[in-house]
Design a protein around this ligand. Structure first.
Ligand code: NDP
Length: 297
């Protein structure tokens, strides 16, 4: 049976480090500030925004939560981004995805000050990740996966990592991050997606398999070689008449079946999810440090 990689415990240890960093920044009169903007009523997005705001407050960060009506126009949203770009108390800005259909999300991301783009989606930050420039912001979920592997003592250097999924939020930046030179990186990375041939043969050759495809329990025992490490990024709702809400959350990995073969595995919930918020907090602290002329790792 696989060792369970505990994302909640790892996130707690990240917060312990951040608390002392934040305390030290405050002695110098600096309080990192994060603004989270939500447009519309999507219940999952509302709940993500609430947890981000709550975490900011728990850590003693300055937190601004803007909940705008679904009818907010592109122009109004751009105006809001512009104001936050100019607000000196704000170091990080996140516009919760997905916005309503009439909003051009890519244009909103391009309008963000790249130095406040703690989600790491602005083209300048994507380029910095590709270049290996440490002054950029790496998207929070890939960063969380890397940190989780590092803290669990998984050897990434020289390993064959197979990333299932090529989105700009998870798969692509994760592949760039793990193939970079450096700690918890230096991997040989293969990316597979919906058009890949011989998917099972490729995933079975992975030392570390990372699933980010948004298909409930897609990865089965047959996809995994004995002893591989499996990281499950997926968050999917499946109907469950026994659950109070009528559904439960599962990952992209069939947990029980795969845990029989893997040497280590992340659960859903309690794996990558808590690390994503922890990395958002870490990126906000980094943004504050960079603005104040500090170099960061
Ligand atoms: P996207 O839908 O943007 O991308 C999914 C990717 O998976 C695409 O590249 C797609 O290929 C590929 N894919 C889909 N079906 C298959 C298939 N049958 N075989 C092979 N590849 C396939 O999803 P995201 O990257 O945004 O999210 C992935 C999952 O991670 C979701 O469950 C999401 O909820 C979760 N997530 C979790 C986070 C966390 O904090 N834990 C944060 C962000 C996301 P193609 O490009 O060819 O279409």
């Amino acid at each position: 049976m696989a060792k369970i990689i505990d994302g909640r415990a790892t996130a707690e240890s990240v917060y312990a480090g951040l608390r002392s960093e934040i305390a030290e920044l405050k002695t110098r009169g600096l309080t990192p500030g994060l603004a989270v903007v939500l447009v519309g009523e999507d219940p999952a997005s509302r709940s993500y925004v609430r947890s981000k705001d709550k975490m900011c407050r728990e850590l003693g960060l300055h937190s601004v939560k803007l909940e705008l009506p679904a009818a907010t126009t592109q122009r109004e949203l751009l105006g809001c981004v512009d104001e936050l770009n100019r607000d000196r108390a704000i170091h990080g800005i996140l516009v919760q995805s997905p916005p309503p259909g009439h909003i051009d999300e890519a244009a909103i991301i391009r309008a963000l000050d790249p130095e406040k783009d703690v989600d790491g989606f602005h083209p300048l930050n994507v380029a910095k990740l590709a270049l290996g420039d440490p002054t950029g912001f790496v998207p929070c979920t890939p960063l969380g996966c890397q940190r989780l592997l590092a803290e669990a003592g998984i050897v990434v250097r020289g390993s064959h990592v197979v990333v299932l999924g090529r989105s700009m939020i998870v798969g692509k930046p994760l592949a760039l991050l793990l193939m970079q030179k450096g700690a918890a990186a230096d991997a040989t990375v293969t990316v597979v997606h919906s058009q890949s041939r011989d998917l099972v043969a490729i995933t079975r050759s992975a030392d570390i398999l990372i699933a980010a495809i948004g298909r409930a329990q897609f990865v089965r025992g047959e996809h995994v070689r004995d002893g591989a490490v499996v990281v499950d990024v997926g968050i999917n709702r499946i109907d469950d008449a026994n659950a109070s809400r009528g559904y439960r959350l599962v990952g992209d990995v069939a947990f029980e079946e795969v845990a029989e073969k893997a040497s280590a595995i992340t659960p859903v919930p309690g794996g990558v999810g808590p690390m994503t918020i922890a990395m958002l907090m870490a990126n906000t602290v980094k943004a504050c440090r960079l603005r104040n002329g500090e170099r960061t790792a």
